[in-house]
Design a protein around this ligand. Structure first.
Ligand code: GAF
Length: 387
């Protein structure tokens, strides 16, 4: 994110509020390399930050008023009172930043009012964590301005609480932690049980490869029922197996665990996905750390099959991207994020990128689908202060 962007966002703040912002902050969206629907099972994930960010110019207020404005949403400044913020009372975009203020205050942090102006380049509804970017950028700004001294993972937990309780979407902790804690040039190997982290160098260009993000343009939302149903099914599986979370089922004991579930085929499928997906994350970490980067391709593709057949969160468009990219020579491909639309990722040799992109675009056109948006993703920086 350039200094220009910070200056533009600050200038717009001045126009809107007639005063100086105290600073400008940025927080990125993410793609997840591997580890899908494992975060609310206390499992492993491996996201990296995108160069696309939510940017916020912010100034404190001492009268308990919270004013919110977004460059990306039609309508003017929304004015709220921090004392009146209450869970599930807001169905608009403002629930994300207001939810963060609520979560900070609800956790006992001395946060008062603020003027906030936001502008984001993270595509909304594309499975690239546009909501988490909004939450984290506001959390980081208030953390700095109100001198709360919270670390990235603590801000992530508060942002997740904002989304779970205030917005009412039962998401896990991956997206907020990715936005808050990722580092440029690295993927984040995160244990979602205790939020312990390892930054794994991930420089595909140095090895002649690329990672493409293909936004199918099929919009999705986590507050809708299917995500919550999968989560409830996983919790049922853990309860049937007598463990705190599916993370506690070792891969080597999967068959025995499935046998114990009996004839609840739906739960068996969910459990199989989560346990095998945790193992795929560990395999990918091992391959990357031993320099066998190309070998992660088939593991990504296995992950897609599991999300499609067992977890059942893929859709026709995501499957079309994956199948077409693999036929056109990709090393691996999978949907990324929650599913039911959104984006897929494709790992490819640099020289195959053009052919794969064209093949995917042609396949969408032939199927009469809206053209997908394809871009290359290089791991970018996590949340930070710009000015
Ligand atoms: C969405 C959620 F927000 C994450 O917490 C995670 O569960 C993901 O779907 C699936 O891995 O992005």
């Amino acid at each position: 994110m350039s200094v220009d962007t910070a200056a533009t966002v600050a200038e717009r703040f001045r126009e809107l509020y007639g005063s100086e912002p105290e600073g400008v902050w940025a927080a990125p969206g993410r793609v997840n390399l591997i580890g899908e629907h494992t975060d609310y099972n206390d499992g492993f994930v491996m996201p990296f930050a995108l160069p696309h960010t939510a940017v916020a110019a912010v100034a404190r207020r001492d009268d308990g008023v919270l004013r919110l404005h977004s460059e990306d949403v039609r309508g003017g400044v929304v004015e709220l009172r921090v004392d009146d913020l209450a869970p599930e009372t807001d169905r608009a975009w403002t629930a994300y930043p207001a939810g963060v203020v609520w979560a900070l205050r609800n956790a006992g942090h001395a946060v008062g009012g603020a003027d906030v102006h936001l502008a984001s380049t993270v595509p909304a509804g594309a499975g690239l964590s546009s909501s988490a970017a909004l939450e984290v950028v506001v959390a980081l700004a208030l953390n700095d301005l109100y001198e709360l001294g919270l670390k990235g993972w603590q801000l992530a937990r508060l942002c997740q609480r904002a989304e779970n309780v205030y917005v009412g979407a039962p998401v896990g902790i991956m997206d907020q932690t990715a936005s808050a804690c990722c580092e440029a040039g690295h993927a984040l190997f995160l244990d979602t049980r205790d939020l312990s982290q390892r930054q794994i160098p991930f420089d595909l260009a140095a090895e002649g490869m690329r990672l493409l993000v293909v936004d199918t343009q099929v919009k999705h939302s986590h507050s809708e029922g299917e995500y919550g149903k999968r989560r409830a099914g996983c919790e049922k599986g853990a309860a049937l197996l007598g463990v705190d979370a599916l993370r506690d089922i070792p891969y080597g004991e999967l068959d025995a665990a499935l046998a114990r579930i009996g004839d609840d085929e739906e739960v068996r499928r969910l459990v199989r996905h989560v346990v095998t997906e945790d193992q795929r994350v560990e395999r990918v970490v091992g391959l990357l750390e031993s320099g066998e980067t190309r070998a992660i391709g088939p593991v990504l593709t296995e992950g897609h099959a599991s999300l499609r057949d067992d977890f059942r969160v893929s859709c026709r468009e995501l499957d079309l991207v994956v199948d077409t990219a693999l036929t056109a020579g990709a090393l691996g491909a999978r949907m990324t994020g929650g599913g039911f639309g959104g984006s897929a990722i494709v790992l490819a040799e640099a020289g195959d990128v053009e052919g794969i992109t064209k093949a995917v675009e042609d396949a969408f056109a032939a199927a009469g689908l809206t053209a997908p948006r394809v871009f290359e993703a290089v791991p970018a920086a996590g949340a930070r202060r710009l000015s």
